[in-house]
Design a protein around this ligand. Structure first.
Ligand code: C2E
Ligand code: CA
Ligand code: CA
Length: 562
């Protein structure tokens, strides 16, 4: 070692020399004392005493064979003791036959008697100590402290080895997690959480006595198991549940168990583990089931949903959400007259391609992202109206869809006013569509927000009318300016005369409420003719136009309005 640096490596290691002949002990001491601390024992019994007392301190044992309480007896004792097994033993002997015997007793190396080259002896001892240290460090990294199961990285490695050991065995990957483990730790303390994990650990260890497999521990409370296939995991689940119960009592600690059956050995274990864990996690909010078996189709769907959510922020920043415009036509005169449009969102993603709103609106409503998206659309719509006003000298009214979630955002109305005013648009040209079912859900709250919107001068359209459950008499209390007949009702017109009567009724009702009537999903000349004949004011649908991109919509403006 260079210079006089003090580091851990310069601390002298301790060697226990065991020999019944004083002269041998002295020779060895002389050889070793420069590089090591030397402890001495006169026979096997004393050696064991010292080892049991000072096992922490001793780094290596140099062991004579023939003495009272034979060296081989010491080696046998060592094999019974986990701690002593961590200390390397070198046997000093001149007898070749003894060597083989000792080898079977787990000895690590031999030194020839009589002692010849001291440097070689010292070098040998040093190398052996190093080897052993590396091994115990590796052991520590390989395994998780609490449970002594492999960590994720080593679990993967060993599951590969498990495959090569049993290539023909059908195997499953299993993930077991404690539900709401973090909360349990917070409520009852870490020591309590550890107890739960140890109960699982003990049960798994027991199960593995009768079953070929390996266990790993992944993060907070997840155990991963790679083991021979089982048709059912009910029994394992029950064992685990009752062992937890035994330890912590019945305070409602539950586990979830995910299984990926018949693992394809050529598959990357990382992927198998991920799928198994997310199969288990699919039960996180399910109080009726504790065991889930991997299902490719379902998993792919969940994965896709997660990906969509993960991509949202970037998509918003990169303006991947595009506004499309579906023209609305007045139908009083001989020809339909293009008067306004509904804004419909499209997600054009470099990763997923063209994503329909049907695929992501509900999803984003569930996790609250819809607020950000609708804000963006509300602002963009106002901006386009401002641009057209400048470019064409025309005010083209737009209708923007509001989600039921938006309605509960306290700043909604102020936001809309700001977007519209900063583009110098009259409020009366900016419309908001709210689906009928949102009105019904929390009528009071919705009505108060709708009133606020209307009092600020915007028009409100009740969307999908006839799909919700508002009865005609509650309708009287609902504030709105436009009634949009649900697309499904228009479609059903083809099937039944009765539906036609219902449509007539809705149109009359809308007139009574002094609202404008819009029919959407108008796909055929028959639809169009019927609606015109019965006094519907405005139609929207594929018959007249599909939703258009900005460029196509501007072409329509130039063609029809200029
Ligand atoms: P919606 O508000 O009822 O929109 C009408 C849907 O009918 C649109 O589907 C439109 O493309 C489609 N459509 C129009 N004419 C016809 C037709 O003649 N036949 C048929 N079969 N369909 C027609 P889209 O664009 O897929 O939107 C689906 C839903 O997603 C919308 O239903 C709306 O609830 C929601 N949505 C769309 N854009 C937004 C948005 O910016 N914000 C919010 N919150 N929701 C939106
Ligand atoms: Ca709509
Ligand atoms: Ca609609």
């Amino acid at each position: 070692m260079k210079g006089k640096r003090h580091s851990l490596f310069e601390i002298k290691k301790t060697i226990l020399v065991v020999d019944d002949e004083p002269i041998n002990r002295e020779i060895l001491s002389a050889i070793l004392s420069n590089d090591f601390n030397v402890l001495k024992a006169e026979d096997g019994k004393e050696a064991i005493d010292i080892l049991l007392k000072e096992e922490q301190k001793i780094d290596l044992v140099l062991l004579d064979v023939f003495m009272p309480y034979d060296g081989r007896e010491v080696l046998k004792d060592r094999q019974q003791n986990r701690k002593l097994k961590k200390i390397p033993f070198i046997v000093c002997t001149s007898d070749k036959n003894i060597e083989e015997e000792c080898f079977h007793l787990g000895v690590n190396d031999f030194v020839k008697k009589p002692y010849e080259n001291p440097d070689i002896i010292v070098a040998r001892i040093k190398r052996m100590i190093e080897l052993y240290e590396d091994r115990s460090i590796l052991k520590e990294v390989e395994r998780e402290k609490l449970t002594n199961f492999y960590n994720r990285e080593f679990f993967k490695k060993y599951s590969q080895q498990f495959d090569s050991l049993y290539p023909d065995l059908k195997k499953d990957m299993i993930a077991i997690s404690v539900n709401r483990f973090r909360l349990i730790n917070e409520l009852y303390g870490r020591a309590f959480g550890d107890k739960v994990l140890l109960a699982i650990t003990e049960t798994l260890n027991k199960c593995l006595e009768n079953c070929r497999g390996i266990v790993g521990k992944d993060g907070g409370s997840t155990f991963i198991i790679y083991a021979e296939h089982h048709d059912s995991y009910e029994e394992l689940f029950n064992k685990l549940a009752s062992s937890i119960n035994n330890v912590v009592g019945d305070i409602g600690i539950s586990i979830r168990l995910g299984v990926y059956p018949f693992v394809d050995q050529s598959m990357d274990k990382e992927i198998v583990i991920e799928r198994t864990e997310s199969t288990a996690d699919s039960l996180s909010n399910d109080y009726t089931k504790n065991i889930a078996i991997y299902n490719e189709e379902k998993q792919a769907k969940t994965l896709h949903i997660e990906e969509l959510i993960d991509s949202f922020q970037q998509a918003l920043e990169e303006e991947q959400f595009k506004l499309f415009f579906q023209p609305k036509y007045k139908i009083k005169g001989d020809k339909p007259e293009f008067v306004s449009a509904e804004v419909l969102i499209r997600w054009i993603s470099p990763k997923f391609g063209f994503v329909n709103p049907g695929e992501f609106i509900n999803l984003f409503e569930e996790n609250g992202l819809i607020g950000q998206l609708d804000s963006y659309i509300l602002e963009k719509a106002a901006k386009y109206m401002g641009e057209w006003k400048k470019k064409y000298g025309l005010l083209i009214p737009l209708s923007v869809n509001l989600s039921r979630v938006d309605i509960y955002r306290p700043t909604l109305v102020e936001d809309i006013i700001r977007f519209v005013d900063s583009n110098d648009i009259p409020h009366s040209a900016y419309n908001l569509e709210i689906t009928e079912s949102a009105y019904v859900e929390d009528a009071k709250e919705v009505i108060s927000v709708v009133n606020k919107i209307r009092n600020s001068g915007f028009k409100v359209e009740i969307d999908d009318f006839g799909s919700g459950y508002s009865s005609f008499n509650t309708l009287i209390d609902l504030p709105f300016d436009v009634l949009k007949i649900d697309m499904q009702i228009i479609k059903s017109m083809d099937r039944s005369e009765k539906v036609k009567e219902i449509i007539k009724m809705i149109i009359n009702l809308s007139k009574t409420m002094e609202a404008v009537t819009v029919a959407e999903g108008v796909e055929t000349a028959d639809h169009y003719a019927f609606l015109k004949e019965n006094g519907c004011d405005v139609v929207q649908g594929y018959y007249l136009s599909r939703p258009l991109s900005l460029a196509d919509f501007e072409k329509l403006i130039e063609k029809d309005l200029m």
